[in-house]
Design a protein around this ligand. Structure first.
Ligand SMILES: [Zn+2]
Length: 198
């Protein structure tokens, strides 16, 4: 099945029925991708990293583990991960206020706007922007509980496979960040999403 290219700095939403899986490939290896998931029929239920951390007692998701909603429903399963262990679940997505904080001119693309735009494209108005799972975003936690922002350790072609445990919508934003090192100091690069056959 041909995949869908998500432009570097762009976003896309995919409907994923219960039981279906998708594969997201980090084509160039340097790209952080913010990911959200919502229940298809009720977008007020969404993948919640806060609830997932509590349910897993883990800061970061691992292969074989479900990702939980704000109502503690398992929504997605991380079924495969070619570069395991480095998917941030601590930091909010980038937004216009973060770029303002960095001194950028107004209008810098950002994951928050990308999330809203991708959902709007498939007919969903979201009043809230949950905190995402930041795929491949490298946010190490040190022994004294400090956080850092480091370049991704993923390689070109690394991928994750996510399976829907409920009918849902999955949104990806190939993060437009070009200031901090979360995209390896590179211009935002495209990634590829394939809905896998049953
Ligand atoms: Zn971003």
């Amino acid at each position: 099945m041909p995949g869908t290219v998500i432009a570097g700095g762009g976003s896309k939403a995919f409907r994923l029925p219960k039981g279906r899986a998708l594969k997201l490939t980090n084509t160039h290896g340097t790209q952080t991708v913010d990911m959200w998931a919502l229940r298809d029929r009720d977008p007020s239920e969404y993948l919640s990293v806060e609830h997932t951390r509590r349910m897993l007692f883990n800061l970061f998701p691992q292969v074989g583990q479900p990702l939980f909603s704000n109502r503690r429903t398992p929504l997605l399963q991380l079924e495969a991960d070619s570069a395991p262990g480095k998917h941030d679940m601590l930091l909010a997505c980038c937004d216009k206020w973060l770029y303002q904080h960095y001194g950028c001119a107004p209008g810098h693309p950002n994951c928050r706007d990308n999330f809203v735009a991708a959902l709007f494209e498939i007919g969903i108005d979201s009043l809230q922007v949950p905190n995402p799972v930041n795929l491949w975003m490298n946010v190490p936690v040190t022994g004294d509980s400090k956080l850092a922002l480091e370049p991704p350790i993923s390689r070109a072609g690394d991928f994750v496979v996510l399976r829907a445990l409920e009918d849902g919508v999955v949104v990806f934003s190939a993060c437009p960040m070009d200031i901090s090192p979360v995209n390896g100091g590179k211009t935002p690069r495209p990634v590829m999403c394939e809905i896998l056959p049953d």
